[in-house]
Design a binder for this molecule. Structure first.
Ligand SMILES: CC(C)(COP(=O)(O)OP(=O)(O)OC[C@H]1O[C@@H](n2cnc3c(N)ncnc32)[C@H](O)[C@@H]1OP(=O)(O)O)[C@@H](O)C(=O)NCCC(=O)NCCS
Length: 367
């Protein structure tokens, strides 16, 4: 049975930064309160012309560069987002088209902020089963468009950004070792965007009632997160007969510094074993784990052969953890330039649209 290694990683955040002081001009809050209660100092906010696919493509190309893998080699793309571009088509298909992943199947999964762990697990399982050789997993968010900038309970928390992993099959042991996935739909009301789906389709009333914005019971989510995080890590470690002593790094979902602190206490682990960057990005939902991972690698914290536990939680309610032996890119003789495929991808996409249009004209004539 092949092993599923994480061989590439990339992140991208939009340039504009919104500080706590900026937010204090919008709602009754202040920098000290936000830092004290959440650990967040600033977050990045997408510009008007940026969408989840825009950010996702940048992160994906960077991950492919590290993996030294051409997009045309990808068998599968899974995108996960709490702020997808559309209800359908899947954001994954837009990314597939734009990076030029001509043979990849592409789809989205939705598990709120736990999405990246669930999606990476799905990709790893497909590789482990032998049915595919390579996969791209993208977590990408433009959550700022679903934030009610008049609600001080939520608007302080979220930020925009994207992160991506490339997974590849290898006979060498390592890579994704174990995963646990959990859900509890009885807590669905605690964190939600209620309107825009088929239960509350967009209407004057849904807009008037602010139902297209993130709604959250902050205290309830806080309690839930602190309850499940540590337990999920232990469960994932137990599956591979490991303990917290065996892991070099915990990469938690970046929602709130205090939540991470509580998890560290529960696990009896020092906080400096936790990768934390919530101060600079806020909660980027599905993108937070890969963004934190990429930064930890760039800082020289995460190194090959390290054992790492990823842990996430979010709306649904959902939560999960994954234990990974970090390896890095599979050595290869040839050097590929994934970014160069984007130009061809644009041309290919344009030509396919033209062909589809011409086919449409001829088929109408035949009718
Ligand atoms: C949202 C959160 C930061 C609020 O912190 P808290 O300590 O629970 O704060 P509370 O909701 O108890 O509010 C305490 C007081 O601060 C006020 N307050 C709330 N937001 C505020 C803000 N941005 N600035 C200043 N005061 C604020 C409240 O109105 C309340 O005032 P009151 O006592 O006069 O009623 C915290 O509950 C949290 O982080 N929850 C988890 C959210 C999360 O991670 N969601 C995403 C999961 S993927």
């Amino acid at each position: 049975m092949p092993f599923a290694h994480i061989t590439g990683w990339g992140m991208y955040v939009p340039e504009p930064i919104l500080t706590n002081d900026d937010i204090s001009k919008l709602v009754d809050t202040n920098d000290e309160w936000i830092r004290d209660r959440t650990g967040i100092r600033e977050r990045h906010i997408a510009r008007e012309h940026e969408f989840p696919s825009t950010l996702g493509v940048e992160a994906a190309v960077r991950a492919l560069q590290i993996a030294n893998l051409a997009p045309t080699e990808l068998d599968l793309i899974i995108c996960t987002s709490s702020s997808p571009e559309y209800i359908f088509p899947a954001t994954a298909c837009i990314i597939q088209d734009q990076i030029g992943a001509t043979k990849a199947g592409a789809f989205d999964i939705q598990a709120a902020c736990t999405g990246f762990i669930f999606a990476t697990n799905m990709a790893a399982q497909a590789i482990r089963s032998g049915s595919i050789k390579s996969a791209l997993v993208v977590g990408t968010e433009v959550l700022s468009r679903f934030v009610n900038w008049k609600d001080r309970n939520t608007c302080i928390l979220f930020g925009d950004g994207a992160g991506a992993f490339v997974l590849q099959a290898s006979d060498i042991p390592g890579g994704v070792m174990s995963t646990v996935m959990h859900s509890d739909g009885s807590g669905a009301d605690s964190l939600a965007i209620l309107a825009g789906g088929s239960r509350y389709p967009a209407s004057e009333l849904t807009i008037h009632e602010g139902k297209h914005f993130i709604e959250m019971d902050g205290k309830e989510v806080f309690r839930f997160a602190t309850r499940v995080m540590g337990r999920a890590v232990l469960e994932a470690l137990e599956k591979v007969n490991m303990t917290t002593n065996d892991v070099q790094w915990i990469v938690p979902h970046q929602a709130n510094y205090r939540i991470i602190e509580t998890a560290a206490k529960y696990l009896k682990m020092p906080l400096d074993k936790f990768v934390i960057n919530v101060d600079r990005y806020g909660n980027t939902s599905t993108a937070s784990i890969p963004i934190a991972t990429v930064e930890a690698i760039q800082k020289g914290q995460i190194k090959p052969s390290d054992k790492i536990a990823f842990v996430g939680f979010g709306g649904g309610l959902t939560w999960g953890a994954m234990v990974v032996e970090w390896t890095g890119p599979i050595p290869a003789k040839k050097h590929v330039h994934p970014e160069q495929y984007r130009r061809f991808a644009r041309l290919r996409s344009f030509l396919r649209r033209v062909i589809r249009f011409i086919e449409g004209v001829f088929s109408r004539r035949e009718l």
